[in-house]
Design a protein around this ligand. Structure first.
Ligand SMILES: [Zn+2]
Length: 399
């Protein structure tokens, strides 16, 4: 807030906050956000609002500076020219954070999920909750100094996240050693930002569905694998949340003989985790890391070849199960384990073909390049989604 006092400008510390939008405003903003520039007529058709309601809703959003009335297009000289409404991406910023067992990746995005900046920090060695939460607080304070319309924060991590009365809780994150941590409440207290806490693969699925490789698909499967493996499912344009918030657990499906083959940490012989995860491929290959395993396989080392081909084949089988269950329009395969799939694409296709139902047909499967910052980008999209999704049935942040 700026006031004039006899030639002196006094700026009071007034933090901008995302306004509480009602469902009608959210629906119109969501359309322009996800589908781009739209005419009023098009928006009326897609949202089901009358032209009168739509005029009022778009005026609200223009007043709030989230959308702008743009150029006037006539359709080939016929009919009434139509005024286009478009997003103002610079009207708000969102922060996204991904926690791994050793690092914090953070990005700032605009309202259209374009990454404006990204940073990386080592986690405190203790990985203790108060220290990690304090680090998140410092990262957000730093971001806020440069981005004055910071609206919300998304945090994602590998592990199970459940909704509880006081906000989302991390019920189990083996890489951080956390159990029953009310992370949403703790982060909201230290940042004063509405915060969404998600499982990282679920966040990545939403990210790809709204702004990534899955845009325009109303059903989608995202498989991400690295230290672990998980799947995110979109059906009828909605992320499948399950009854407890953690669907898509494909890690222990059986994909090879239980008579031979590697054993996972839970004692299953021939399950997905025993073959596909990065630690599994590295151990099965007798290598020091994944690059080493791929290099050895490429130079003809039989043990490494069996590990990489076995990993790719098992991944293909897991994808086949998911395709048969969901019947998606597209599958995205990503994660830091991707070199395994790329190193033995024929084995991946073999594993897929052996289990895919003939009726499932040819589903496009994308091997999508990956960086850890992608998870942070996806977490920021979970934050964007929080402020534009319908209010009913959603936990409204206390922040
Ligand atoms: Zn297992």
């Amino acid at each position: 807030m700026v006031r004039e006092h006899v030639g002196v400008t006094i700026t009071t510390a007034h933090q901008w906050a995302w306004p509480e939008l009602h469902d009608g405003q959210r629906a119109v903003l969501r359309e322009v956000l996800v589908h781009g520039s739209r005419s009023r007529a098009d928006l009326a058709r897609r949202t089901g609002f009358s032209r009168t309601s739509l005029t009022r809703l778009t005026r609200d959003l223009v007043d709030l500076q989230f959308i702008v009335e743009g150029e006037i297009r006539s359709k080939g000289g016929r009919g009434r020219p139509s005024e286009m409404l478009d997003l103002r991406p610079e009207s708000a910023q969102f922060a996204g954070i991904k926690l791994t067992g050793s690092a914090l990746y953070a990005v700032v995005t605009d309202l259209r999920a374009n990454v404006i900046e990204s940073v990386e920090h080592e986690l405190p060695r203790s990985k203790a909750v108060p220290e990690v939460v304090a680090l998140i607080g410092r990262v957000i304070d730093d971001v806020r100094a440069r981005h004055h319309r910071l609206a919300a924060l998304g945090v994602c991590l590998a592990g199970d996240v459940e909704d509880a009365d006081g906000g989302a809780e991390v019920v189990d994150s083996p890489f951080l050693g956390w159990d029953r941590v009310p992370l949403q409440r703790l982060v909201e207290e230290v940042t004063s930002l509405p915060t969404v806490v998600s499982n990282d693969v679920q966040a990545l699925t939403v990210g790809h569905h709204w702004f990534g490789a899955g845009v325009g698909r109303s059903s989608l499967v995202v498989v991400a694998f690295g230290a672990g493996i998980g799947a995110g499912l979109v059906v009828h344009d909605e992320l499948v949340r399950g009854a407890r918030g953690h669907p898509g657990k494909v890690g222990h499906l059986l994909v090879s003989s239980t008579e031979s083959g590697p054993v996972c940490e839970r004692g299953h012989r021939g399950c997905v985790s025993a073959w596909v995860t990065v630690p599994a491929v590295v151990a099965n290959a007798g290598a020091i890391d994944l690059d080493d395993a791929i290099r050895r396989a490429g130079s003809g080392d039989p043990r490494a070849q069996a590990a990489v081909r076995g990993g790719a084949r098992a991944l293909g089988a897991a994808v086949a199960y998911l395709v048969d269950l969901v019947d998606p329009e597209k599958v995205i395969v990503t994660g830091e384990g991707l070199p395994t799939a790329r190193g033995a694409e024929d084995a991946f296709l073999e594993g897929l073909g052996a289990r895919l139902d003939p009726a499932s047909g040819a589903v496009p499967i994308d091997f999508c390049d990956f960086d850890f910052a992608d998870y942070a980008w996806a977490a920021s999209i979970a934050a964007i989604r929080r402020v534009v999704q319908p209010l009913d049935g959603e936990h409204v942040s206390a922040a």
